[in-house]
Unconditional design. Structure first.
Length: 246
C-alpha cells in the first residue's frame, strides 16, 4: 500500500533496564547507539529509508519536512541510519514520498494522518497543551495547504493514557473542559482527570476527517507500552506514517 502506518510498543528492540526494549527516544538517557539501532528497525518495519522523529515541544506549531531537508540534516549529523530529529514543533507534515514521520509518546496522544491521493502525511503530538490548542486540527489545516482534503484523510489515533488514569488538578481540568466538556472525567478515587483521546476524536470529526481508527489501549494500564505517569524514567514508543508512490 502507498500509505503505511503503525504504532510501536516496548517489544523487539535492544534497550535495557527501564528503557527495555524498543525505546525510540534519544532524550531520555538511553544508550544513543541502541536508540539508533531501534530506529533503524522501526524504519524497516514501514519500508522507509528515512525516519524523521518529532521531538515535541508542548504547545508548539506544525512544522514541514521535505526529503531534501531531512537528507541535509542527515549529512550534517553524520547519521548512517537516515534518522533525523525535529524539535520546537508539535506536529509535522510531509508531501514527499519515502519519508517516514514518527511522533514519540509515553502517555500523550499520537495522531497519524494521511491523504493517499494527495501524497501528504502528518503526525501530531496531542498532550494536554497540544489538545487544548487543537494541534490535530492544525495538522489537518497544514495538510490542506499541501493539497490534502479532509474528507479523503485517514487518521490513526494511538494508545495514550486514558480518562481513568490521567489525574490532574481541578483547575487544569476546568481549563480544558471549558472548551471540550468531554475531557472532564474522574479517576476511580474520584479525583479530577482528563480524557484526551476522546477530545482528539471530537477534533478529528470537527475537522471533517471521516475515516478514523483508534487504538484505545491505555499506556498507564498496559505493561507492553511505555508510560511516564506510571514509571517516571522510561522510554518512548512511536506512531509512524509514510507515503510512497504505488
Amino acid at each position: 500500500m502507498p500509505v503505511r502506518a503503525l504504532f510501536t510498543d516496548r517489544s523487539g528492540g535492544r534497550s535495557a533496564g527501564e528503557y527495555a526494549a524498543n525505546n525510540l527516544a534519544s532524550h531520555v538517557g538511553d544508550d544513543p547507539d541502541v536508540v539508533r539501532t531501534n530506529r533503524r528497525r522501526a524504519a524497516e518495519l514501514v519500508g522507509a529509508r528515512r525516519l524523521v522523529v518529532l521531538q515535541a515541544i508542548r504547545g508548539g506549531p506544525i512544522g514541514t519536512v521535505t526529503a531534501a531537508s531531512s537528507q541535509a540534516d542527515d549529512a550534517e549529523a553524520g547519521t548512517e541510519a537516515g534518522s533525523t530529529e525535529v524539535d520546537g514543533v508539535e506536529g509535522l507534515v510531509c508531501a514527499d514520498p519515502g519519508v517516514a514521520l514518527a511522533v514519540l509518546v509515553a502517555d500523550c496522544v499520537p495522531v497519524l494522518l494521511a491523504d493517499e491521493h494527495a501524497g501528504v502525511v502528518a503526525v501530531a503530538h496531542s498532550g494536554r497543551r497540544g489538545t487544548a490548542v487543537d494541534i490535530t486540527g492544525q495538522a489537518v489545516v497544514a495538510m490542506q495547504g499541501a493539497g490534502a482534503r479532509p474528507e479523503r484523510l485517514r487518521a490513526w489515533v494511538g494508545p495514550a493514557i486514558c480518562g481513568r488514569c490521567y489525574e490532574v488538578g481541578e483547575q487544569v481540568q476546568r481549563e480544558v473542559a471549558l472548551r471540550y466538556p468531554v475531557a472532564a472525567t474522574r479517576t476511580p478515587h474520584g479525583t479530577a482527570a482528563l480524557d484526551l483521546p476522546s477530545v482528539v476524536l471530537e477534533q478529528l470529526a470537527a475537522a471533517g476527517v471521516r475515516h478514523v481508527e483508534h487504538d484505545d489501549r491505555c499506556t498507564a494500564e498496559d505493561p507492553t507500552l511505555y508510560s511516564y505517569r506510571r514509571d517516571g524514567r522510561t522510554g518512548r514508543q512511536a506512531g509512524i506514517v509514510v507515503w510512497d508512490r504505488p
